[in-house]
Design a binder for this molecule. Structure first.
Ligand code: ACM
Ligand code: ZN
Length: 366
């Protein structure tokens, strides 16, 4: 949630929800107003902090789905006109932006103008995932736009998927004129994708493989290995996480990911890298966030930076003792699930003496 000067209601209205579902019960609401957003000043600080450390922050503005906050603020941007509420539950809403309206496209261009002004990254992520087409199928404005564009369902995709292709391509061109490239989730491959887009493969590696084989750059972030919001040990003994996770995403499973699987040398060149996603619906504190990230992020680093023929879980595992000492010295939290010590309640050791004491008491032997 980002402050946008031209559309103040995005944060005044769209950045807050009236309560949150409790646990996995979609009919519940804790009654506590929740929200907040990054001001432009705060974003500049984040971007500068990262830049000084050699890191480029790439923003994602997820469109045309996942837009209920924006629709609550500006209902005229939807197909039905609303009224809409900021959602108090997780998931995918049928209500998405009405892309038949020029007003919506102008809104997106205006927002992206401000985004480009704040983020110097060559890439801008424009989302594209989880956009149901039910509203577009019934909306006269969207249907008139599809007619105007001459869109027809065929073996490549439905007419409404192609309507989304039109939005993607139009914003891709708009951003190209500013010297920026787009990234989109693998749904942007459905229908017809314009050359030059980079695909982020999240529904497994399939989208990334298909993209790379067709000459598109791709970033691998399959939920099977790279969704760090999934628990890393038995969900029954871990802190609460997404209800649909039944099999833990262990450190070893993360480490086993091969982003080049099924790709020949030419296609491999199109894999820009690997990313982990850490969605925070069930992560209320920094300590918990660090717990989900570490040490799985160390495994991710080896996937990216270790020669494939040098990857070896036994060697990696043996090096973790030193890794934990470094993390302790940094004062960040991490999971010891890979050492059989389950749970966030474990008090993190914060310095060498505490760590030695902790190891002694818990009979931990790195
Ligand atoms: C995603 O997890 N919907 C990209
Ligand atoms: Zn519409």
């Amino acid at each position: 949630r980002l402050e946008v000067k031209k559309y103040p209601r995005l944060t005044e209205v769209g950045a807050f929800r009236n309560g949150t579902m409790v646990g996995h019960d979609f009919s519940s609401n804790d009654g506590i107003r929740y929200g907040g957003y990054y001001t432009r000043e705060q974003i500049r600080e984040v971007v500068d902090y990262a830049w000084d450390r050699g890191i480029t922050v790439i923003p994602e503005i997820d469109l045309p789905g996942h837009m209920l906050g924006a629709l609550a603020a500006y209902p005229e941007l939807g197909c039905t006109g609303g009224p809409y509420d900021v959602w108090t539950i997780w998931g995918v809403s049928d209500d998405v932006l009405c892309v038949g309206k020029e007003k919506t496209m102008k809104f997106l261009e205006d927002v992206l103008d401000e985004v480009c002004g704040l983020f110097p990254s060559e890439y801008i992520h424009i989302g594209g995932d989880e956009c149901p087409k039910t509203r577009w199928e019934k909306c006269p404005v969207c249907q008139a736009k599809a007619d105007e564009l001459g869109l027809k369902s065929d073996e490549k995709g439905t007419r409404e998927q192609k309507l989304q292709n039109y939005v993607t391509a139009r914003l891709q061109n708009y951003l190209a004129a500013k010297g920026r490239k787009i990234i989109g989730w693998d749904e942007i491959l459905e229908g017809e994708l314009a050359p030059g887009a980079t695909v982020m493969s999240w529904r497994g590696s399939k989208g990334g493989i298909e993209a790379a084989k067709h000459g598109f750059d791709a970033i691998m972030t399959p939920y099977t290995h790279m969704y760090f919001d999934y628990q890393q040990a038995d969900p029954a003994t871990e802190p609460l996480g997404p209800g649909y996770v039944k099999v833990p995403l262990t450190l070893e499973k993360v480490y086993s990911f091969d982003p080049y699987d099924q790709l020949d040398a030419d296609a491999q060149k199109h894999i820009l890298g690997v990313q982990a996603n850490l969605w925070t619906e069930y992560i209320p504190s920094n300590e918990h966030l660090e717990y989900m990230l570490l040490p799985r992020m160390c495994a991710l680093s080896e996937i990216q930076w270790c020669n494939r023929d040098k990857k070896n879980y036994t060697r990696f595992d043996a090096s973790l003792g030193h890794t934990f000492e470094i993390l302790d010295a940094m004062g960040v939290n991490y999971s010891l699930d890979c050492r059989g010590l389950i749970g966030l309640d474990r008090k993190p050791a914060r310095n060498a003496a505490e760590l030695a004491d902790y190891m002694e008491k818990n009979k931990v032997n790195w």
